[in-house]
Write a protein of this length. Structure first.
Length: 382
């Protein structure tokens, strides 16, 4: 949305005068009164608000506040074998670069997390998009959510079979419908209406995973009465590699996105925490942005992502917030399989990373970095 494009002279005047704010703020006090700085800043802000792009206006506000844009992505919680570590690290680093580049070229935080997660969906390396895990019948049912921390708008989709990028569909639902959550056939019809790419046949990695699951079942080495307990016994078979991202843009706005194929060997129709706003995905400029990964049923019961953001709003740092949330999870669910991972960021650019699973693959990129920081572990919470 643009305002009064005919005011080119005023726009030029604004961008000519903009450096004066920075210069004046470092000039000797006897030459610049504090009141003069306030008047100058307010005048420039009003000019920009009247004549320029709204997104640039928000970026200017971020400049005044000294905000450093950043993005954090995760490739899921679980057990990451040594031979898999380097490939997944490279993918999360690339995803962080993709999302950050979008913001660097004028996109907002929401644009950044959507593009980062879409890359991970397409990679085929994670339990999302092309590489999604299958249900007990051997079919994929994908789900995703996005949330804009500035407006609290959100979009989510679930029970998707033929959608290439569920995160893009969630974004479409947020931007183009009156709803937050659309599932199944209705969601796929929206995808078709907006010409979103369809998902091709299952990749070889997904097919091989399902064969492994079935082989274990036939051999009797997987006992079906409680799927969570057998996950604990066989972490090498089940990979809960949901993908997600959180970001802070130059305007001080937060966003989160999460995408997954869901619990391996889940019952048809099962929906996890990823598309449930507040459970696996949440963002609010007044607190923080959060994306969770792991055993969705536990995140749902604790409304985990919103809990993290509540902790931040009440004064905890993002790192303290994710640790506190996971400590409560391990306390409440100490006797069951409780592998989880959480990433979070607040409006000041502080980040949080923690997990109860053996591994959490993540990457972070911010302005001033030549390349993303990445690892397969963060802070482990017992």
């Amino acid at each position: 949305m643009f305002y009064k494009a005919e005011g080119s002279a005023q726009v030029l005047a604004f961008f000519t005068a903009l450096p004066l704010v920075a210069v004046a703020s470092h000039h000797p006090r006897d030459s610049w009164e504090h009141a003069d700085l306030i008047v100058l800043t307010e005048t420039l802000t009003a000019c920009l608000n009247q004549y320029c792009c709204l997104e640039v206006f928000r970026m200017f506000n971020g400049l005044v506040r000294g905000i450093t844009p950043l993005i954090v992505v995760h490739g899921g919680a679980g057990t990451c074998p040594p031979e898999r570590s380097q490939p997944v690290i490279e993918h999360v680093k690339t995803a962080a670069n993709v999302g950050f580049d979008v913001m660097n070229r004028g996109g907002n935080a929401l644009d950044g997390v959507v593009e980062a997660v879409a890359y991970l969906e397409d990679s085929g390396m994670f339990n999302a998009g092309t590489g999604a895990a299958v249900n007990v019948l051997g079919n994929v049912e994908l789900e995703a959510a996005v949330m804009d921390g500035r407006t609290l708008q959100a979009g989510a989709a679930a029970l998707l079979h033929g959608i290439k990028n569920p995160v893009r569909l969630a974004h479409v639902i947020m931007e183009n419908t009156d709803h937050v959550f659309v599932a199944g056939q209705g969601a796929e019809q929206i995808a078709e209406l907006f010409n979103l790419p369809k998902r091709e046949s299952q990749c070889q990695n997904t097919t091989e995973k399902h064969r492994t699951y079935l082989k274990r079942l036939r051999e009797g080495t997987l006992k079906l009465p409680r799927l969570a307990s057998l996950l604990k016994e066989h972490p090498e078979v089940f990979q809960l590699e949901t993908v997600g991202a959180v970001a802070l843009d130059a305007g001080g706005n937060l966003a989160a996105a999460t995408s997954t194929g869901g619990f391996p060997l889940k019952l048809p129709g099962r929906i996890g925490d990823s598309p449930l706003i507040g459970c696996g995905t949440y963002a609010d400029n007044d607190s923080g942005a959060c994306s969770a990964t792991g055993v969705g049923e536990l995140a749902i019961r604790l409304v985990l992502a919103k809990t993290v953001c509540n902790h931040i709003e009440h004064g905890r740092t993002p790192q303290q917030a994710v640790k506190d949330a996971l400590k409560r999870l391990t306390l409440k669910f100490s006797g069951v399989y409780n592998d989880m991972g959480i990433i979070a960021v607040d409006a000041e650019g502080n980040i949080g990373l923690a997990h109860t699973a053996p591994n959490l693959t993540w990457a972070c990129m911010h302005r001033g970095c030549d390349s993303p920081t990445a690892a397969v572990t963060a802070e482990f919470v017992k």
